[in-house]
Structure formats: C-alpha cells, structure tokens
Design a protein around this ligand. Structure first.
Ligand code: NDP
Length: 329
C-alpha cells in the first residue's frame, strides 16, 4: 500500500525543506493500530518540527502532525476494530513518530481515543490538540472552584488556536471573558466568539517592576508565557487562578513570590501530551456535548497537504488567526 505524506528533510546546507512524498506501509513505525487519516490540524509544535527544532523532532526526514482523526484500518489490539473512528493527539505523534500530515499513521494502542458520539472526525480536528488544551485549561479552572460569578477570565494569545478556543468555550459556559490580542483585525472575531472585551497585548505587558497591578481578573488562561504571564499573575484578584500552557512569547517567567504568598494565587501547568487517558476521554466527551461552542466554525479554515507549508510559515510569524484543519483524504 502506497500513500501520500508531507515530509520535512534536512538538506546538505543544514536547511529544512518540506515536500509531498510517496511512502509505503513499511515506512511507518511499529504499533498495534494502523489508521487511515481523514483530517489533521495545524499546531505551533508542527511549525517547530517543520523548521528542524530538535526540542520537538530529533531525526529527519520526518512527517509532522501532532493531531489525526481517522478510521482504523488494522488493529492488533482488541480495543480497536477495523472501521472504528478514532482521534489521536499528543503522545509522540508528529514529534519523533511519523505524524498526521500523511494518509496513514501507525501508533501504539494506548494512544487513540474512540471518537465520542456526536463529534465528526472533521469537527474533532477543529478542536485538535489546541481544543483539548483549551478545554483542559477550563477544566482546571473549574476544578479550582472558578465559576462565572467569580469575575472576569483573561485569555492571552486569544486569536491563536488554543486562545480562540478557550475564549469560545469559556463564553459558551457563561464566563465573562477578556481577550488579549496583538492583532487589531482579530477584535471583531473575538467579540463574535463571545469575548466581552478585547484588550491589546501591550496593555498586559507591564515593565514597572511593581509586585502587584490593579486586581481585575478572577482567573486566566495564558497561552504565551514570558512577561505577559508575569503581568497576568500581578493582575489577578485575591485567590485567583492562572493556567499556563505555551511559550510563544517566551519560555521564561520572571516574577516574584508575592502574588503567591500574599494573595494565594495559584499557577497551574497544562499538559495535553501525556495527560491521563481517562481525563482525555472525559474532556473529548465535554467537547462533543456541553462544552461545544456554537460559533467555532467561524475560526476554522481548511487547508490541504499541498498548502500546509505556507500556513506553518505564517504560524511561526504569529500571523495565523484561529484554527487550521488539514483535509488529508
Ligand atoms: P498559535 O500560533 O495558533 O497562537 C499563538 C498566539 O499567541 C498567536 O496567534 C498570537 O495571538 C500570540 N502571539 C504570537 N506571538 C506572540 C508574542 N511574541 N508575544 C505574545 N503573544 C504572541 O499557537 P497555539 O494556540 O497552537 O499554541 C499556543 C502555545 O501553546 C504554543 O506555545 C504551543 O506550543 C503551546 N501548546 C501547549 C500545549 C500543551 O499541552 N502544553 C498544547 C498545545 C499548544 P494574538 O495575536 O491574539 O496575541
């Protein structure tokens, strides 16, 4: 069996170039479940993998794609049967295991989740890792007792994949959302997704050196890290909660201990890659039912294997808005 794949290879000049190539089943890594991929989606990590970031992918040639939704073609594990519809996100998919930017993947049986009732393969990829991460962030805020009457929730990197879905899910659940964006042209979209107000990125990038700023938010979903996360921590109400998942701004966090010891602020790290399989299933059930935002179609664009590279380039420049899904087959 031959199939198409988007492959990144290292040239003799140490540059990384992508191309559409033909592969065979024998090229796939070992694993119990062979899946025909119908949809994948674009995530920041894919963009890093496509430029040779060794923190994401060690060996090339490589097919990125940390997300895939498709149909089981063959399974050596009794939990999966031919024809089952499944989602695979995270674990090692697309990092050092050939990923979802191909017509076929082969993975260990511990990775796929059965597609929940009411969610199509296409819609599952509208969420993808970004949606799972946004929903895990919401789940953790709720677990810490944050409810709509507590006050405003600030979401950073709001026009990105994780951010826009966090805005949409929180708004759908009745929270008052303040969206932070660096893109003037994303304001209408974010208001449309349910944000009550949109503020420019510069407004939450404090360099005063003060340990606290005006307390304005009950909680935060941060997707960018760096000084923006540090500013968010200084702007939370007493007992506020922040989740952090990303490092688009910076992986560094320079802050003081004061928000934690004087205001009881809690900072929670979010990991969607190795998150517990039962929790993962629970989150996908929520995304298929009560947490499914009505307006998410507005933030989704579709591309194909031929046009992935140009969108990954835009993603690295912070220029993409919303979610891009990839129609594979
Ligand atoms: P996107 O590229 O879709 O979105 C990131 C957004 O961040 C941009 O749209 C932009 O939004 C904002 N941004 C871009 N550059 C900067 C900058 N220099 N300073 C501040 N803000 C900036 O990425 P994703 O939403 O897919 O991922 C966001 C982060 O979360 C990434 O770091 C990713 O690796 C991480 N991630 C982590 C996961 C986990 O399990 N921990 C899972 C998934 C993602 P705007 O213009 O609106 O400000």
């Amino acid at each position: 069996m031959l199939f198409k794949a988007f492959e990144v290879a290292e040239s003799s000049e140490k540059e990384y170039k992508s191309a559409l190539v033909t592969k065979s089943e024998d090229d796939l890594p070992p694993g119990e479940v062979l899946i025909k991929v119908q949809y994948s989606s674009l995530n920041y990590k894919d963009a890093l993998s496509a430029i040779g970031n060794k923190g994401v992918t060690r060996n090339y040639p490589h097919t990125p794609g940390i997300d895939a939704a498709g149909t089981v073609e063959k399974s050596a594990d009794p939990h999966f049967n031919r024809g089952d519809k499944v989602i695979v996100t995270g674990y090692d998919l697309g990092m050092n295991t050939s990923g979802g930017f191909a017509e076929y993947i082969r993975v260990p049986a511990s990775w796929p989740v059965h597609l929940p009732e009411g969610l199509s393969r296409k819609r599952s990829m509208m969420f993808g890792t970004a949606g799972l991460t946004a929903a895990l962030s919401v789940y953790n805020l709720k677990k810490q007792g944050i409810t709509p009457p507590n006050g405003k929730i600030i979401v950073t990197g709001a026009s990105g994949g994780v951010g826009s879905l966090a805005v949409a899910i929180l708004s759908h659940l009745g929270f008052h959302v303040t969206a932070v964006t660096g893109k003037e042209d994303a304001v209408d979209l974010l208001l449309d997704l349910g944000a009550k107000e949109v503020i420019p990125r510069a407004a939450i990038d404090d360099h005063s050196g003060k340990p606290f700023l005006k307390a304005q938010y009950a909680a935060a979903i941060d997707t960018v890290g760096g000084n923006i996360l540090a500013t968010v921590l200084k702007s939370l109400n007493y007992g506020g909660v922040a989740t952090c998942c990303g490092l688009v701004s910076s992986p560094e966090l320079h802050t003081t201990i004061y928000p934690f010891i004087l205001k009881g602020i809690r900072l929670i790290g979010i990991d969607s890659v190795l998150c517990d399989h039962h929790l993962r299933k629970e989150i996908w059930e929520h995304l298929a039912t009560d947490w499914r935002p009505a307006k998410m179609d507005k933030i989704v664009s579709v591309c194909t294997l031929d046009t992935i590279q140009e969108h990954l380039d835009s993603m690295l420049k912070g220029q993409l808005t919303g979610r891009y899904i990839v129609k594979i087959s």
